[in-house]
Write a protein that binds this ligand. Structure first.
Ligand code: DGL
Length: 246
């Protein structure tokens, strides 16, 4: 099976990481749309246009399914259709969040991009959530600033209102897994719902018996030639291609 996965940049590689660690053998094509990063501060109309290019690209590549490894694009693409199935990351994340928060009386904190929080997409599946607009975290990940004092300050400024108020935290942006350690350091003991991990079970069910018999290195594409912070991605891949997707 050929699986298309995309995000605005490196964040969705966390999803691909989960797929590869789970051992689901498929031909993966990853698109990091760094030409248009960040997605989370754009409008619905802008995002629909941007996302349509990627969906068309995947259709031309004859993928069997598209996994939108981006919460923002999952919200913004609801009205977009393709001839192949599209899987969006939000619903499976909510299933995991409900499970994890079962025994808590405190609200769940949703850390996500400004667009995702404003869209209230998570409220369709979960009660009692506090949305925290955290688009400021995205450049910290894209620019490899995760371990800096500046990142500490941005995290503290963004999360100060939920510190002590919530014990279940949804990382509702695929980039934020790269800041998991720093977020826990600031908030103290909390349970983390990782939107990347929640997607893997869906892929496993889809691929089922159609597994490839051997590993194929994923094809990684970015839409703008730039320095890509990918050192943390610990899997062999076919190198990075830069393609101007129109
Ligand atoms: N990684 C994306 C998400 O899950 C979007 C980050 C951005 O480009 O704003 O929402």
């Amino acid at each position: 099976m050929k699986i298309g996965i995309f995000d605005s940049g490196i964040g969705g590689l966390n999803v691909l990481d989960g797929f590869l660690k789970a051992g689901t053998k498929a031909e993966y094509i990853y698109v990091g749309d760094n030409f248009y990063v960040p997605y989370g501060t754009k409008t619905q109309e802008e995002l629909e246009k941007i996302i349509t290019r990627i969906l068309n690209f995947f259709e031309k590549q004859s993928v069997d399914a598209i996994f939108i490894a981006c919460n923002t694009a999952s919200c913004a693409s609801k009205n977009l259709k393709t001839n192949v199935p599209i899987y969006r990351i939000i619903e499976p994340t909510c299933v995991k969040a409900r499970e994890i928060n079962k025994s808590s009386s405190k609200p769940i904190a949703l850390l996500a991009t400004n667009f995702t929080v404003s869209s209230h997409a998570y409220d369709e599946y979960l009660n009692n959530i506090i949305g925290v607009k955290a688009s400021a975290f995205v450049p910290l990940c894209e620019q490899n600033l995760m371990d800096t004092d500046y990142a500490k300050k941005v995290i503290a400024d963004t999360l100060k209102d939920i510190k002590g108020k919530c014990d279940t935290i949804i990382l509702g942006c695929t980039h934020f897994r790269l800041l998991k350690k720093q977020i826990i350091e600031y908030l103290g003991p909390v349970k983390i719902v990782d939107s990347c991990a929640s997607f893997t079970d869906i892929l496993k069910d889809l691929i089922g018996k159609n597994q490839l018999t051997k590993d194929v290195e994923p094809h990684i594409i970015f839409t703008k030639k730039d320095k890509i912070n990918i050192d943390w991605f610990n899997h062999p891949y076919k190198g990075i291609d830069f393609i101007d997707i129109k």
